[in-house]
Design a protein around this ligand. Structure first.
Ligand code: ACM
Length: 682
């Protein structure tokens, strides 16, 4: 078969899987909603959309108006309907053939604002009632997920929804220091966050690799610490407003006293060891640390924090506090003497001393501190919020000690782990025996997009769609944890994110085209569809990365938790469970295996012309071998012919070798082939 035919077959097979999903939609009690609402009833009626559809709002709040207008635009663009009214109207009348939004008041975008809403859809009308505009904005996000179609037209499924979040803090950290992310990257990710009701952008603005915000009072910070890649004040104000329009708070992080190289390039006098310093280009944990014993350090931070506090209206302020290796402190005689004089037993005590002085600066600025969990908890005011990243136990320990806490352990999306792992990472699992007083301290969690291995081209693919599942974990009731249904809804949400400008789907194809110089892309795609990037902490081999190295290789294109591989793996699981071995499943598995078995010989031609692909040659051959083994196993299962020992052992050793990562990637279907072998043995 020619490659294009293969590609067509591939698309057809995906379409088959997707259409199964589409059919399943109408049966699902959760429709296509993500996150699943707290309470919902699917009702019989459907609200048909036509060109006279209008939106009326009982309040002239600008944020809600803009959200309603964005909703009209999405409904119009998805349906091709030419709505007569381009704008929502401010009116208290509730008409038929309309969405009427009623709010009680305009809420402040702050922690604890009432985010609840009720949404009722029936044949005649659609209603959103909410205590605040923020709740209504969430209601609109639900409404666009209800849009569906059939022969009779586009419609919103009849529902009665009463919804509110389980946790008040549902965040996404974006690290813009390791790789700078231009404003449009932040905006499109805020759009996506809004679509799945996340409400905190934790903006990691400074680290060893770059100081990413303009300082008018201390200009050497951004001038010398950023390679010219930083946000101006105007851009920060714009982003904070853009986020607030979506009910999203912006919490800046200025990571101190470690992770501080970029600060010290311009101001080495505040470091714990003499300079000069230069922007860090390697990945890791580094020595440059502020001198906590120097009063001038605090004067410097006071000037800087004052300036920054005017840009970030949120009450919460992240001070970092992680991974101070203490090496500069240990090597500095003056600092050691200071510890003795002040009865500070160790570097933890010294960091607590530093944090307390930082707290004294921030409190008059009406800022409450958030910090990464450190092994010994600081003796700070109980307002302090602790972000647990090293383990789940620290979440409970700090909560038990009276601090409010956030879970990030298990939400490290930079590590490219499977979606279901994150999805089931519940801050308070359903079977939890935690005391209520401890549970009450847990505010929610944050996905963390550390940016060592992402740039503006790939970041969306590491955040989405997996973060939508985390958004659901933090919004929906804990008993909503059916992994299969999550994946079904996720694949639908995934494409809806694209209409908001997210690039995770389209850049996949674009990056593949670049790798093959636009030659026979489908053949490379067949392979990349079933591999996954290696767990990030294992990637520094054989390459030792620097911050300016390219992120355009196959590993960077490959998707975490790849959908084709996952669907195939599900197919194999259902085949194995099926005692009757339904013929259609055998056919579907055989089609995939044939595609992969024959793919390598074609890919080799491309690899020979494009040296950048050389690193995946062996893995591509492995895929072909795995597929051949899978086909043999299927044949044996079909004929009920038991394989002998030698047959099994040679194949198992081939599969073992195929399971070894290459080019910082690994095959995502090897286990399924092993399962087919196991089935042949039965
Ligand atoms: C961290 O991941 N160093 C907070």
């Amino acid at each position: 078969m020619r490659t294009t035919e293969f590609a067509k077959l591939n698309i057809l097979m995906m379409a088959c899987l997707i259409s199964i999903n589409l059919l399943a939609q109408s049966d699902s009690k959760y429709l296509n909603l993500m996150p699943v609402p707290e309470k919902m009833n699917v009702t019989a009626g459907k609200f048909l959309l036509n060109e006279s559809f209008t939106i009326s709002i009982n309040n002239d709040d600008k944020r809600l108006f803009k959200a309603a207008q964005r909703t009209l635009k999405i409904l119009s663009e998805r349906t091709g309907l030419f709505f007569k009214d381009q704008f929502p109207v401010i009116s208290i009348s509730s008409k038929t053939n309309a969405l009427s939004i009623n709010i009680s008041k305009v809420g402040e975008v702050k922690l604890g604002v009432d985010e609840s809403y009720n949404l009722i859809v029936n044949e005649k009308s659609v209603k959103i009632d909410a205590a605040t505009n923020i709740g209504a904005i969430h209601g609109l996000a639900t409404l666009v997920q209800l849009l569906n179609s059939d022969k009779s037209g586009y419609y919103l499924q009849g529902v009665e929804i009463k919804d509110k979040p389980r946790f008040p803090w549902r965040g996404l950290l974006i690290d813009v220091s390791r790789h700078f992310m231009p404003i449009e990257v932040i905006k499109r990710n805020l759009d996506a966050m809004g679509a799945v009701k996340m409400n905190v952008l934790h903006w990691h603005l400074t680290d060893d690799h770059g100081f990413r915000i303009e300082s008018k009072s201390l200009p050497k910070l951004h001038e010398l610490g950023s390679d010219g890649l930083y946000y101006t004040h105007e851009q920060i104000i714009d982003i904070v407003d853009y986020a607030a329009d979506r009910g999203i708070r912006v919490v800046p992080e200025f990571d101190l006293p470690g992770h501080a190289t970029s600060w010290l390039v311009g101001y080495p006098e505040f470091a714990s060891a003499p300079g000069p310093y230069s922007i860090e280009r390697n990945w890791g944990i580094f020595n440059p640390t502020f001198d906590p014993t120097n009063d001038e350090t605090y004067n410097f931070l006071t000037v800087f924090f004052k300036e920054m506090s005017a840009l970030f209206p949120d009450e919460y302020w992240h001070i970092g506090g992680d991974e101070n290796n203490g090496k500069q402190w240990d090597a500095n005689k003056k600092i050691q003497e200071f510890k003795v004089q002040n009865k500070l037993k160790n570097n933890h005590d010294l960091q607590n001393y530093f944090n307390k002085r930082v707290e004294k600066i921030l409190t008059p600025l009406n800022k409450t501190m958030v910090g990464w969990y450190t092994d010994e908890m600081p003796d700070l005011s109980k307002d302090y919020i602790v972000q647990a990243w090293k383990g789940r136990a620290s979440l409970y320990q700090t909560s038990r000690n009276g601090y409010r806490s956030l879970l990030s352990h298990g939400f490290y999306i930079d590590l490219v782990q499977p979606t279901d792992y994150h999805y089931l990472n519940d801050p308070i699992p359903p079977d939890s025996i935690l005391e209520n007083t401890v549970k009450e301290k847990i505010l929610g969690g944050e996905a963390t997009m550390w940016a060592e291995f992402v740039d503006p081209e790939t970041i969306d693919s590491r955040i989405w769609p997996r973060t939508a599942a985390i958004a659901e974990r933090l919004w929906s009731p804990g008993y909503v944890n059916d992994v299969q249904d999550m994946y079904r809804r996720l694949s639908i949400v995934n494409l809806h994110l694209e209409e908001l400008g997210l690039t995770h789907v389209k850049n996949y194809e674009m990056m593949l085209r670049r790798l093959t110089n636009n030659y026979n892309v489908e053949v490379l795609k067949n392979f990349v569809d079933v591999i996954q990037p290696l767990y990030t902490y294992s990637r520094d081999h054989p390459h030792v990365f620097k911050s300016y190295y390219p992120l355009t290789r196959v590993v960077d294109v490959s998707a975490p938790d790849p959908e084709v591989a996952r669907e195939f793996n599900q197919l194999v699981d259902s085949f194995i469970k099926d005692v009757k071995k339904d013929e259609s499943k055998t056919i579907a598995i055989t089609k995939w295996l044939n595609l992969w078995k024959n793919n390598h010989s074609k890919l080799v031609d491309i690899i020979n012309a494009l040296p950048v692909l050389k690193e995946i040659e062996t893995l591509s051959e492995d895929l072909s071998k795995c597929a051949a083994i899978g086909l043999e196993a299927l044949e044996k299962i079909k004929n009920n012919s038991k394989p002998n020992e030698l047959w099994i052992s040679t194949r198992l050793s081939t599969l073992k070798l195929a399971g070894v990562p290459k080019g910082e990637t690994e095959l995502a279907i090897v286990k399924s082939i092993e399962k087919l072998l196991g089935e042949a043995l039965k």
